[in-house]
Design a protein around this ligand. Structure first.
Ligand SMILES: *Cc1c(COP(=O)(O)O)cnc(C)c1O
Length: 393
């Protein structure tokens, strides 16, 4: 053909990390058919949907069976009841949001990429290590990408520096995937003030907000000044186990303006052109999960994962290992044994303890010498994993 292509795709590196992990695990399993490999690499939830969501789904399915209650196309930005349920969820936690600032979507990953549709070709800053979606969506768009190094010294929570250019876009993920680090109120205030002074936009990914405890902010809208410099992307994937059910949202405050354009109005225009809404039955389940009673039930699953993380954290602490995460996050980001390279440590755990995790270097160059383990598995697996790790760490 003689058509032009989006040649930005040529700049992609192969999706090497998870493919290579899966290959090494499969090779090990083939050579050791009796070995029971414990996967502490799971990046997906494993607990079932909370009953409130299932009940709401069942009622909504039945409604779809009758002409009087049947619903076709949903409003592109979400049903009012869902937008209000999200706004109420935030307001209960001290972040004042209006329903008209909430846009319901099929998940946070889509929004992370789609939001670039309404932005021009800005310079973007992402943390290193990083959730690969921020990098890859900006590669597709042909944007210049710069990295903000996370280190043991800054607790993998990089802070503003003078090198960040005016009018750029900054990605913040807190609690962070992969490092489990969380920004406290002071740090996030510093970021918001910085963005307002420099005319920057913060894209705040709060996918793991439900894991936050204590006074740490769960939304950037808990910070004064965020309404003029930030959009927030979140979903029920981790909060309510919706990874396969799919419902998320993006929040754009009415005050956000750039280039004489209102971001909320522009996003609304984009959605009405390119999106036909999240299914009615899913939005009913989402609204039920977000209700005060619904969230209480969701938190039982979050506590289940957190108790897995706590066991591992206590064990690693007793062994003198340095790590971030484990308290406000399902992730633990640990230093490898004797500062081994990440892949060497992967092989050591797999061969000597039949445990799989994820090599930190796969998330960025600053991840070398670190390793990600997750708490999304079964509680009994963590007891067994610790018994095995006891021998080799
Ligand atoms: C899991 C995750 C999400 C959620 O993605 P969905 O598309 O809503 O399932 C968003 N951001 C990060 C960093 C994640 O790890």
């Amino acid at each position: 053909m003689k058509i032009k292509m989006n040649e930005n795709f040529k700049a992609f590196k192969d999706n090497y990390l998870f493919v290579e992990c899966a290959k090494r695990i499969a090779d090990f399993q083939a050579a050791n058919p009796d070995a029971k490999v414990i996967k502490l690499s799971i990046g997906d939830v494993t607990r079932p949907l909370p009953k409130v969501a299932i009940d709401a789904l069942n009622v909504a399915v039945e409604e779809q069976a009758h002409a009087e209650t049947f619903r076709g196309y949903a409003p592109e930005s979400g049903y009012d009841f869902t937008r209000q349920a999200v706004a109420d969820y935030y307001t209960r936690r001290g972040a004042k949001i209006e329903a008209s600032e909430v846009f319901i979507s099929d998940g946070a990953k889509s929004d992370c990429g789609n939001v670039l549709d309404i932005l021009g070709n800005n310079k973007v800053y992402v943390p290193d290590p990083v959730y690969p979606v921020y990098v890859d969506t900006n590669i597709m768009k042909g944007n210049e990408i710069a990295y903000l190094p996370g280190t043991l010294e800054n607790g993998f929570a990089p802070m503003p520096t003078d090198e960040i250019e005016e009018g750029s876009v900054i990605y913040i993920c807190s609690p962070n995937n992969p490092t489990g680090s969380v920004y406290n109120r002071e740090q996030l205030t510093e970021w918001v003030n910085f963005a307002n002074e420099r005319g920057c936009l913060i894209i705040f990914d709060s996918a793991y907000e439900a894991f936050v405890s204590g006074d740490n902010p769960r939304s950037i809208f808990e910070i004064e000044g965020a309404r003029t410099c930030a959009v927030e992307i979140c979903s029920l994937s981790k909060t309510a186990g919706f990874t396969g059910t799919r419902c998320g949202w993006m929040i754009l405050a009415h005050e956000l303006e750039a280039a004489g354009m209102n971001l909320n109005a522009t996003w609304s225009r984009r959605q009405s052109t390119r999106f036909n809404g999240v299914p009615y039955i899913i939005q009913r389940a989402a609204a039920a999960a977000l209700s005060e009673d619904g969230i209480k039930v969701c938190m039982e699953n979050i506590e289940y994962y957190k108790s897995n993380a706590k066991k591992l954290s206590e064990f690693l602490t007793s062994k003198g290992y340095k790590f971030t995460g484990g308290t406000n996050s399902p992730y633990i980001w640990m230093q490898t044994k004797d500062n081994m390279p990440s892949w060497g440590f992967f092989d050591l755990l797999l061969n000597e303890a039949q445990i799989a995790g994820t090599p930190g270097v796969g998330f960025g160059s600053q991840g070398e010498g670190f390793f990600r383990i997750t708490s999304f598995g079964k509680a009994e697996d963590y007891d067994e994993a610790i018994r095995r790790l006891e021998r080799i760490l």
